[in-house]
Design a protein around this ligand. Structure first.
Ligand SMILES: O=P(O)(O)O[C@@H]1[C@@H](OP(=O)(O)O)[C@H](OP(=O)(O)O)[C@H](O)[C@H](OP(=O)(O)O)[C@H]1OP(=O)(O)O
Ligand SMILES: Nc1ncnc2c1ncn2[C@@H]1O[C@H](COP(=O)(O)OP(=O)(O)OP(=O)(O)O)[C@@H](O)[C@H]1O
Length: 443
């Protein structure tokens, strides 16, 4: 079942004609008016570049993808009706994140033949790695129109920062407590990916550096993000660079020249570009409240760690011993919250939740702890788009910082996260030279 049910039914289909009762329809534009921007695991994004139009100017279209590989593990990806996603941002996320750091979202009615035409036109612009796995889901009736945050001029930098804190040891099991309180989840995950899947372009990026609030450490994080981006030819998902609205690939010389112009760099060799890149965004990162906001929401919504949440679940359901390979969380019996329940949760989170004794969680608070874990997961997986002002013409305005991909996660994620946590930690315990990740001191 979907985590959120659609709350508005806007379209009635009579044959091929859609009557939309005042709703925006994508067929008001031509598929060729939309240019490929980028994509993630679940969605693909196009920017409007057609004739002036009040509904579409300055907007991107975010569409769901569907897997072309028959694989049951993909089922969790196809879970949210898009109008409900818009409502989730308006009614839940916006109570935690100020609107100046969120894109505007609204839904748009789609059309299958229009989507197939767009897919055909833009397929060649997609990375081969993504093309082999999925395509635009032309069966969807709604997509999302959102503020275009990469635009068609200048530079935009997208960072997917991931987990910005170390868990507290209280609810961790003895074998995991030491490692999880010393090495951050991202660094352990990087290690386990490399050990298990042979990912040979290791990233030295540590989110705790980026979130530290310390100039030198942030510069170090930017250096490591840049190196992973450069060495993987832009395929690592923690950093994306857009020059004049186009995604830059390090191996593409004309694009690197464009990047050099957008950065006002001295030349387009890698060292000059890296220096100009760090220079362009370091003050914006330091001055903006966004990174601090993300890490503190991630942490305050996850006071028990997935291990503590699982223990509480077992107590509440009077489950005794289970073997270490079984994921107790996220079974089908945990139903997904409705939008109303999410709103009630935010009331509780902003009022009582901080004063609960998280070292002795109460069983009747289980549902709130499960929801908090989900919402923390949203902030652990979001991305940030920075649009620095280059050259800096105003002393008051350094640029814009916006958080994207704040999608709701469903309860079925919990078992995935519990299993992944165990897998990552077990693998990391085999590392003879474990890293010591250091939490910053912004607070
Ligand atoms: O579990 P993680 O930490 O690997 O995060 C997944 C991301 O992998 P990453 O580690 O960033 O490469 C993953 O990113 P990619 O698709 O690999 O770019 C997704 O963001 C996934 O969320 P969803 O299934 O699209 O809702 C993310 O899954 P959730 O953790 O949100 O379930
Ligand atoms: N408002 C926007 N303006 C410009 N580009 C955007 C916007 N929203 C998303 N994008 C681009 O589209 C990409 C995919 O969007 P998004 O991260 O929301 O997808 P996703 O499939 O949920 O990703 P993930 O797999 O990381 O969860 C982003 O990484 C970004 O490059």
């Amino acid at each position: 079942m979907s985590p959120l049910q659609p709350f508005e039914t806007a379209a009635v289909v009579f044959g091929r004609k859609i009557i939309a009762f005042g709703r925006t329809q994508i067929v008001q534009t031509q598929p060729q008016d939309w240019l490929y921007v980028s994509e993630g695991g679940a969605t693909i994004v196009f920017a409007y570049a057609g004739p002036p139009h009040p509904e579409f100017d300055g907007k991107v279209l975010r569409l769901r993808k569907k897997s072309t590989i028959v694989d049951a593990t993909n089922a969790v990806k196809d879970e949210e009706p898009d109008d409900a996603m818009v409502a989730f941002q308006r009614r839940v996320i916006s109570r935690l994140v100020p609107s100046q750091h969120l894109p505007e979202l609204e839904f748009v009615l789609l059309d299958p033949s229009w989507l197939n035409k767009l897919a055909e036109l833009r397929e060649a612009d997609r990375p081969q790695m993504r093309r082999s796995k999925d395509r635009i889901d032309s069966g969807k009736t709604k997509g999302i129109l959102s503020t275009d945050l990469v635009g068609r001029e200048g530079l935009a930098v997208e960072i997917k920062p991931k987990w910005g804190f170390l868990p507290c040891a209280t609810h961790l099991s003895p074998p995991t407590a030491h490692v999880k309180t010393h090495t951050c989840r991202f660094c352990m995950h990087t290690y386990s990916r490399s050990a298990e899947k042979g990912d040979n372009i290791l990233s030295a990026y540590c989110p705790l550096d980026l979130f530290s609030g310390d100039r030198q450490r942030i510069l170090n994080a930017l250096h490591n993000l840049w190196m992973a981006w450069y060495n993987s030819d832009g395929s690592h998902n923690n950093l994306k660079l857009f020059a004049e609205g186009k995604l830059v690939k390090p191996s593409n010389k004309p694009m690197m020249d464009l990047l050099s112009t957008s950065l006002a760099a001295e030349s387009s060799d890698s060292a000059s570009l890296e220096g100009a890149f760090a220079n362009a965004i370091i003050d914006l990162i330091l001055e903006s409240p966004v990174f601090q906001m993300i890490s503190s929401l991630q942490q305050s919504l996850d006071p028990l760690d997935v291990e503590g949440v699982a223990k509480l679940y077992m107590q509440e359901h009077q489950i005794g011993f289970i073997d270490s390979k079984t994921s107790i969380l996220g079974s089908d019996v945990i139903f997904d919250p409705s939008l109303g329940e999410w709103e009630d949760f935010i009331d509780a989170f902003t009022n009582q939740f901080p004063s609960w004794d998280h070292s002795n969680p109460q069983r009747d608070h289980l549902r709130h702890y499960l929801m908090a874990q989900l919402l923390s997961g949203t902030f652990k997986d979001c991305s940030v788009i920075l649009q620095p002002q280059i050259p800096r013409t105003s002393l008051d305005f350094m640029g814009k910082v916006t958080i994207i991909d704040l999608d709701v996660k469903g309860m079925s994620r919990l078992s995935k996260w519990q299993a992944l946590d165990r897998e990552i930690v077990e693998c990391y315990l085999g590392n003879e030279r474990p890293k010591q990740c250091v939490v910053g001191s912004l607070e």
